[in-house]
Design a protein around this ligand. Structure first.
Ligand SMILES: Cc1cc2nc3c(=O)[nH]c(=O)nc-3n(C[C@H](O)[C@H](O)[C@H](O)COP(=O)(O)OP(=O)(O)OC[C@H]3O[C@@H](n4cnc5c(N)ncnc54)[C@H](O)[C@@H]3O)c2cc1C
Length: 405
């Protein structure tokens, strides 16, 4: 760290904070802003030795619209080689007849979306940030407090060995993920609804090609997704996101690989033939969290701090990418003082409708698809059937899934 005053300080160099820094660096109108990213974990790199938790064995389904945002942020070329195009999405309900299939040909697009491994995304971000001229990365270091000062925010930063320093920012971006002690310290309330569910994630080796099909299967415990991945050493793989209730997640975690694979095969069925093997697993508790304030003078919340969503529809990062683009656009086009409340209110007004819609849609889908109550079963059946029978509805649904509406 070479200075103590920055235009923008970003707390959290995870998926969202690091992408924002790249987007600021890529836009001609913001690339001269001095940016400091502070992250509690060592910076992610291409070595697999100590994976950063944001860039673990998870994968992220990105919409076609998110691809365009990453192109504008100068990141897509680095991510592309490890991004598996989604050719089709197949939705089904376990134990009930009928599936709905959305195919890229129906929409005349090269892909419905892309699945990117978080580790590859992290490596691309890291490479890009190292080349950014006005961006510094301070890690591992933790921001312990933030205080308003005239024309900005002052943050206390604790580095390794507990040495504490202070830096000031004209705009402080809090992107510190779902657990945010900084919000608590600033007195920013976040509503929290615990779904009582956990997501078990792992990469699954296949014995037959996935052909770019993403499967979303609704089971009694909640949705189970198998997302297509780029082959590794010519082995076909899909990324599993399996929603389980708390006790089932604990049981599953205790199973050996063969037993877990057997249980997965029963829940998922044979659409991908016999499942070959299962890689390292991780479990995430699932909740909906929404910050009650996203902007204050010289302060903005982004990513999971602002809104943590259920991964049912793979929308959390996609939504944050649209937030990032809108924030960079506001900074690039405004002549107002950097971080002023008028500037940040404009940003929030541009984003509120999309955020509220996505929060409502993912919460509604989670409740609809995590229940065996007869009324909800019928609603699901009717919904899937309508998608198949009413082309206009399918077009609309697809456009929304691709992030174009
Ligand atoms: C199982 C699962 C599957 C998902 N699948 C999808 C998907 O397919 N598509 C999609 O769009 N989204 C998906 N999501 C959502 C997506 O992962 C999140 O939207 C995204 O990770 C949010 O990133 P973030 O940067 O806000 O938070 P994080 O990734 O948690 O990063 C926060 C960063 O802040 C740092 N930090 C925290 N506190 C401090 C501090 N005080 N000082 C300094 N640094 C600090 C941490 O070290 C960390 O690096 C999924 C989520 C889950 C759980």
């Amino acid at each position: 760290m070479t200075q103590t005053q920055y235009d923008v300080v970003i707390v959290g160099g995870g998926m969202v904070g690091a992408t924002l820094a790249c987007a600021l660096n890529a836009s001609p109108a913001t690339q001269n802003l001095s940016v400091l990213i502070i992250d509690a974990q060592p910076q992610s790199d291409t070595s697999k030795a100590a994976p950063h938790p944001s860039f673990d064995s998870r994968s992220t389904a990105l919409s076609a619209a998110s691809r365009s945002i990453l192109e504008r942020a100068g990141l897509w070329h680095a991510v592309q080689a490890s991004a598996c195009p989604i050719e089709a999405i197949q939705v089904s309900d376990k134990g009930r007849l009928g599936t709905t299939k959305l195919a890229r040909e129906d929409y005349g697009v090269p892909a419905l979306g892309y699945v990117v491994e978080n580790a590859a995304f992290g490596a691309a971000l890291s490479t890009q940030l190292k080349a950014a001229r006005h961006c510094e990365f301070l890690a591992p270091a933790r921001v312990t407090a933030a205080t308003p000062v005239g024309g900005g925010m002052r943050v206390a930063v604790e580095g390794e060995g507990a040495d504490t320093r202070e830096v000031t920012a004209k705009l402080l971006v809090v992107a510190e993920g779902g657990r945010s002690p900084l919000c608590a310290q600033l007195g920013i309330a976040r509503s929290q609804h615990d779904y009582g569910q956990h997501a078990l994630i792992a990469n699954v080796g296949l014995t037959q090609p996935h052909n770019g099909v993403a499967y979303e299967r609704f089971t009694a415990t909640g949705p189970l997704a198998m997302l297509p991945l780029i082959a590794a050493d010519s082995a076909q793989r899909s990324s599993l996101v399996w929603t389980l209730d708390a006790s089932e997640a604990q049981d599953a975690a205790a199973l050996d690989d063969a037993a877990l694979l057997e249980r997965l095969q029963q829940a998922f069925g044979w659409r991908l033939g016999r499942l070959g093997r299962i890689g390292a697993r991780a479990i995430y508790p699932l909740s909906l969290q929404v910050a009650q304030e996203q902007v204050r003078p010289h302060l903005v919340l982004l990513g999971n701090v602002a809104h943590t969503l259920h991964p049912v529809a793979g929308q959390g990062m996609n939504l944050s990418l649209r937030d990032i683009e809108a924030l960079v656009e506001t900074l690039a086009t405004s002549t107002l003082e950097l971080g002023s409340m008028t500037m940040l209110t404009r940003y929030l007004q541009a984003r509120e409708a999309d955020q509220n819609l996505m929060i409502g849609v993912t919460d509604g889908l989670t409740k609809l698809f995590s229940s065996d109550a007869q009324a909800k079963v019928w609603l699901r059946k009717a919904g899937l059937l309508s998608l198949d029978l009413i082309p206009a509805l399918k077009t609309r649904f697809g456009a929304r899934a691709m992030g174009f509406e």
